[in-house]
Design a protein around this ligand. Sequence first.
Ligand code: NAD
Length: 497
Amino acid sequence: MTDVLDHWIDGAPSAGTSSRTGDVFDPARGVVTKQVRLASSADVDAAVAVASKAFTEWSQASIARRQQVMFNFRELLNQRSGELAEILTSEHGKVLSDAAGEIARGQEVVEFACSLPHVLKGAMSEQVSSDVDVYSLKQPLGVVGVITPFNFPAMVPMWFFPIAIATGNTVILKPSEKDPSAANWMAALLAEAGLPAGVFNVVHGDKEAVDAILEHPDIASVSFVGSTPIARYIYETGTRHGKRVQALGGAKNHMLVLPDADLDLVADSAVNAGFGSAGERCMAISVVLATDAIADSLVQKITSRMSTLKIGDGRRSCDMGPLITREHRDKVASYIDTAADDGAAVVVDGRGTDVDGEADGFWLGPTLLDHLPTTSAAYTDEIFGPVLSIVRVSGYAEGVEIINAGPYGNGSAIFTNDGGAARRFQREVDAGMIGINVPIPVPVAYHSFGGWKDSLFGDAKAYGPHGVDFFTREKAVTARWLDPSHGGLNLGFPQHD
Ligand code: NAD
């Protein structure tokens, strides 16, 4: 009899009414460790009713009180992040040090939310006309929905809920059903930090819960992160139902290496950014565009570094863990055959890698493909696994042309010591995040995170100033305190005097 993970509604675990459940695996052992409840639309309705009620009080809470909860949450997270890291490793599979890194990047947004008194200040113009002042306010939206992917079960929810809560909204989080426990852990920690019941709710589920969120008349906005086809669906369905939507999608990130780059730095970066978290990162580097002059040497340096990587159970001392499910592992592995059939050289084949872990784990070792044709599905598809591809290019111009021809525009990096080339790259590449000698250019929390093209549907990126704007509505107030001189009739359009 396995445990069943409940929803978290109104400050406590809740079984809801649906009898449907899903399996949660330990990917390093390949066994089911618990069940997670899969909500019905009635369960979503119940959570929204609770969140709507809580909004009445929370939206009126002082900024100081909201800020204090965020400070408390931050302190508790600092003390107890080890517990959360263990949960992440047990359900996602990423190694413990990587799980700790994920939490730290999420915590940055919590810290940004602690600065909300400053960020929420509106603008004021005094005496715009005689005795007239104009000022702007930022007010919360209401109940906001957040739907998140499996690959960052703590960080991606933290991209959204700290800012949503600190700006006075109440939240329904629908985390990935593949690794759902982190959401409940954070919900309990928020309660311990003093957040009133009903402000933060977790509804577990699949498409049924997602559709109920998208269509619910009392949900004001949806923040989504996941694959591009689902992101497009979320954006189209949510906006059709009158919601504000930000939907971050998939990616295929390139690293362009010019002949003057430091190849040891490049090789380290390519291995770290290609195989960290088993390549299951939306900002992973999946394609290295190697200029012909240095390509052979770079392939050799990457290959020798790959031979030192230790693959295994993330609770042991390993560099890389398993993939999230057996199906996903098999799908990623199938791209190695596809690439070979299409003419690529399989320089390192991860299907034969030794593993420090249980035989039934969802293992696939780091794989390196060279001479990958850009017509191959192994190039065009988002693989989302530990497969790094080398595409050889004649120089800067061909590299940028290839990057800009793709449908995605999340992150793109250039490695060079030529400042002029780097500056051209940052201007000419159609991507939302650019790295210059930085392979994974995830912006800090006081900037905003998001891609272009099929990597983001909607106008607002995640967190930072975009996050504050997304979770608030601006109101402009024009005020005059009357005295007798302001009387008299005038039906003309108001002008300033
Ligand atoms: P996914 O699209 O399968 O799932 C994301 C969320 O959508 C989950 O909560 C899931 O339950 C829900 N969902 C799945 N199928 C659905 C359907 N048919 N209808 C409605 N909802 C559905 O993504 P994933 O596999 O969990 O995560 C990996 C993907 O997320 C990759 O494509 C990755 O690039 C992307 N991602 C993007 C970013 C970014 O910032 N752009 C960050 C992290 C992950």
